[in-house]
Ligand binder design. Structure first.
Ligand code: PLP
Length: 409
């Protein structure tokens, strides 16, 4: 992988936001990532080629449509989809998950049907199913966790017995855990259930192959992978997307409309009512090219070694004063470190770190059932990406020492 200093120099914000000479230490990429110059520049396509897509026959509109569709092609390539038509653009991963629950779920689930989730899910993969449970009386079952923050698969067969859906994260946004996605998709299919993957934290950091997973529907977001906010993705097997009813109605998603009713456009337009995130799709294509140029395999390698460094540094320096949740084995975890530190409240830690220009997240991380499982209300979470290096982890550790001094520990 190219050296981190040179990768970092491509991110204007990372190099410009100093506080009293202290460089920005951005450790909140699990929340949202920073953007390279290439993405920012691509979005200035508004100066040259912006126009409506799909609706107008003039040249400029044709150019804008092509640029928008190039975003779809880039995403299909990134995750090894069979065709770019299998990529639906949404607003974010949350909308993609809602689309799945409200479209596939409403069409296929009724009272007593079972959806299996895991105790490490983000609210985006919990609440839409709970909404459906309230509406339809479906049953939700939960895969629990082992002590080191992996999925406890000991009673998987029992939990999946009679299930219609297994929906799970490919990487936990709190624990960093990377569950065995392929195995879980296989287990779902063995009982005839739909395999849904929340790949929001996985895609930005790993080589993703949805065909190898043999998943059915996969949700993820642009803003966590160096692309702009405002655009998310739903990938699905074409036959599954084709059988799903539309989620929202309006322009663009129809074939025809009469006084009596409507027929739908083919996938993916069927799920993209109204004017889509045109500029965002252009920025996203640039983000995908940026990640591909560096190499997702190299990004994963870099993050594995930085994760090892972070776990060793924090545990080595603070011993029993720090509890880092999730597995210690970097083969099965990503660079997300949620921790408890010396009885300090996560919000206090985050505020003191901010004084040192170190950005981390404090709170429940949209995973309240997981917080309940861990027996805490909140954690502090540091999360890395391709632009972080050992100096960022050192700054975090120094900042934690400083926080102890301030609060008298
Ligand atoms: C695992 C996971 N799923 C879903 C989401 C929701 O993503 P978005 O904010 O793009 O809707 C997040 C965001 O933090 C996440 O980490």
């Amino acid at each position: 992988m190219a050296d981190i200093a040179s990768i970092r120099s491509e991110f204007p914000l990372l190099t410009s936001r100093t506080i009293e000479g202290a460089p920005l230490v951005y450790l909140d990429s699990g929340n949202t990532s920073q953007k390279p110059r290439r993405v920012i520049d691509a979005m200035s396509f508004m100066e040259t080629s912006y126009a409506p897509i799909n609706r107008s026959s003039y040249r400029l509109a044709g150019e804008a449509t092509e640029a928008y569709e190039a975003g779809r092609t880039a995403i299909a390539r990134l995750i090894n989809a069979r065709s770019s038509d299998e990529i639906v653009f949404t607003k974010n991963a949350s909308e993609s998950m809602n689309l799945i629950a409200m479209s596939w779920g409403r069409a296929n689930l009724g009272a007593g049907d079972v959806v299996v989730l895991t105790a490490m899910e983000h609210h985006a993969n919990i609440v839409p199913w709970q909404m459906l449970a309230q509406e339809r009386g479906i049953e939700i079952r939960w895969i629990g966790l082992t002590d080191d923050g992996q999925l406890d698969l000991a009673n998987l067969d029992e939990l999946l017995d009679g299930a219609k859906v297994l929906s799970f994260t490919a990487m936990s946004n709190v624990l960093g855990t990377i569950p065995p996605t392929k195995l879980l998709c296989e287990a779902a299919h063995a009982v005839g259930a739909l395999a849904v993957v929340d790949a929001c934290q996985f895609v930005p950091h790993n080589v993703t192959d949805v065909q190898d997973w043999n998943a059915d529907l996969v949700a993820f977001s642009s803003h966590k992978m160096c692309g702009p906010s405002g655009i998310g993705m739903l990938w699905g097997k074409m036959e599954i997307l084709e059988a799903m009813p539309p989620f929202m109605g309006g322009g663009n998603m129809i074939d025809t409309v009469t006084f009596e009713g409507f027929t739908t456009a083919p996938v993916p337009a069927k799920f993209e009512p109204g004017t889509p995130p045109i500029v965002e799709a252009v920025g996203l294509a640039a983000a995908v090219e940026f990640l591909e140029d560096i190499g997702l395999d190299k990004i994963r390698q870099h993050e594995m070694s930085l994760t090892r460094y972070a776990l060793d540094t924090l545990n080595g320096r603070f011993g029993d004063d720090i509890t880092i949740y999730g597995p210690d084995n970097v083969e099965i975890r990503g660079g997300v470190f949620s921790f408890a530190f010396r009885d300090l409240h996560p919000h206090d830690i985050s505020q003191v770190l901010d004084e040192k220009n170190v950005c981390v997240r404090a709170g429940h991380h949209c995973a309240k059932p997981l917080m309940q499982t861990l027996g805490v209300n909140a954690t502090t979470r540091a999360s890395i990406y391709l632009y972080n290096d050992e100096s960022d982890i050192d700054a975090l550790a120094d900042g934690l020492d400083g926080a102890s001094d301030i609060f008298g520990f």
